[in-house]
Design a protein around this ligand. Structure first.
Ligand SMILES: Cc1cc2nc3c(=O)[nH]c(=O)nc-3n(C[C@H](O)[C@H](O)[C@H](O)COP(=O)(O)O)c2cc1C
Length: 362
């Protein structure tokens, strides 16, 4: 099933990578929200293929059209359907791969699940599916900013073994992130990352990486006990993005190597209530936001489709050597940045609406 992410702010995505188009339906957007294609397009542009030499050469404009649910620039409260046409399909690139399941891609598992699969491109497993998520999430971002002042910024922290030093997450902006093609705000490290991705592409290979994300101005109180804890909802959303392999919030796995006395976040008095002096919790305690910035990281694997020769077997079990054709991302993290941001927005918007439904204002 491709429905639903969310309880009150619900999303369904549709479309295959080499079909006529992809998109999403958002149900539950608060009526009256000022929204239009101009609010959605910037995040789609940041996700789009062909935007730099670090991304796949597939050239798509990814222009969104709102089909329903919006009139005169205002959400009507009815389902908002959005569509993006696929234009630069080359199904011929996949002919050799029809009989060979790509190692570590989804060809084998889709065949096992449905008994049928799209023969050109990855179909629903392709990253083109994330267009619908980004379009839906851009609406959620607008709602969160207008109603709560919430800002969400993600950036690339590592590519392969190249790691950027900590950035000041209280200040980082999307403009700073977009200053480098790899979307890493540490410029010197970004150059090394760009070289590593270019080298991997030339070697017909691929690289993984990590995307960090901060959500600022999230009010205390969002997140549902017990199964829909904020961090559980974020982990679910992030691990539903293709190619993700790990999720950490706050101190994450490193926190397990600390002691309680060094890991605890002491409370301090702030203008509008209590805050914390440190933020190892990553802005979430007991599954509920505490008003501090929400900080998390998502690990992405090296993309599976590579031109380098790999020994594997075809669907019939015959040994073959696969040198994948087609246009593929040598590293997904620069394009994953807006996907992580918009998926975070979808989770927080849904939990904000759930909290509103309780009628508690403070
Ligand atoms: C922005 C983005 C771009 C991607 N581009 C490619 C690609 O060009 N080639 C590829 O094999 N996988 C690519 N992927 C990953 C595949 O979609 C994914 O690995 C595949 O569906 C199998 O799913 P899994 O890795 O989550 O198990 C991309 C993922 C993202 C988020």
């Amino acid at each position: 099933m491709s429905s639903k992410l969310g309880t009150l702010f619900r999303v369904t995505t549709f479309g295959e990578s080499h079909g006529k188009g992809v998109g999403a339906v958002v149900d539950g957007c608060p009526p009256g929200l000022s929204i239009g294609e101009k609010d959605i397009q910037p995040q789609l542009d940041r996700r789009r293929p062909g935007q730099s030499r670090l991304a796949t050469d597939r050239n798509e404009a990814d222009q969104v059209t709102i089909l329903s649910g919006v009139e005169n620039g205002r959400a009507l409260g009815s389902p908002i359907a959005m569509c993006v046409a696929n234009k630069d399909q080359r199904p011929g690139d996949y002919v050799d791969m029809r009989s060979i399941p790509r190692p570590s891609h989804a060809d084998y598992t889709y065949q096992a699940k449905y008994g049928i699969r799209t023969m050109s491109g990855g179909g629903r497993s392709s990253a083109r599916e994330t267009i619908g998520r980004v379009a839906a999430g851009a609406i959620a971002e607008k709602f969160l900013f207008e109603d709560y002042g919430i800002e969400i910024v993600a950036w690339v922290t590592s590519v392969g073994t190249i790691v950027a030093a900590d950035v000041d997450e209280t200040r980082i902006s999307r403009k700073q992130v977009d200053d480098t093609a790899v979307r890493c705000p540490a410029k010197k490290v970004a150059e090394q990352m760009i070289r590593a991705i270019t080298d991997a592409k030339e070697a017909n290979d691929s690289l993984g990486g990590i995307v960090s994300c901060v959500c600022r101005n999230v009010p205390a109180g969002l997140g549902e006990p017990v199964f829909d804890k904020l961090e559980a909802r974020l982990a679910h959303a992030m691990l539903s993005i293709p190619a993700t392999k790990g999720f950490e919030i706050g101190s994450g796995f490193a926190g397990s190597r600390m002691t309680g006395s060094t890991h605890n976040d002491p409370f301090v008095k702030k203008e509008d209530g209590l805050g914390t002096a440190s933020n190892y919790s990553g802005g979430v305690q007991g599954g509920i936001s505490n008003g501090e910035p929400i900080l998390f990281r998502v690990a992405f694997k090296p993309p599976a489709t590579i031109g380098k020769a790999q020994k594997t077997v075809d669907f019939a079990g015959n040994e073959v050597t696969l040198e994948a054709k087609g246009r593929h991302d040598p590293c997904v993290v620069p394009r994953a940045v807006p996907i992580v941001e918009t998926m975070a927005a979808l989770v927080i918007a849904d939990l904000a609406l759930q909290q509103r439904s309780r009628g508690i204002t403070e």
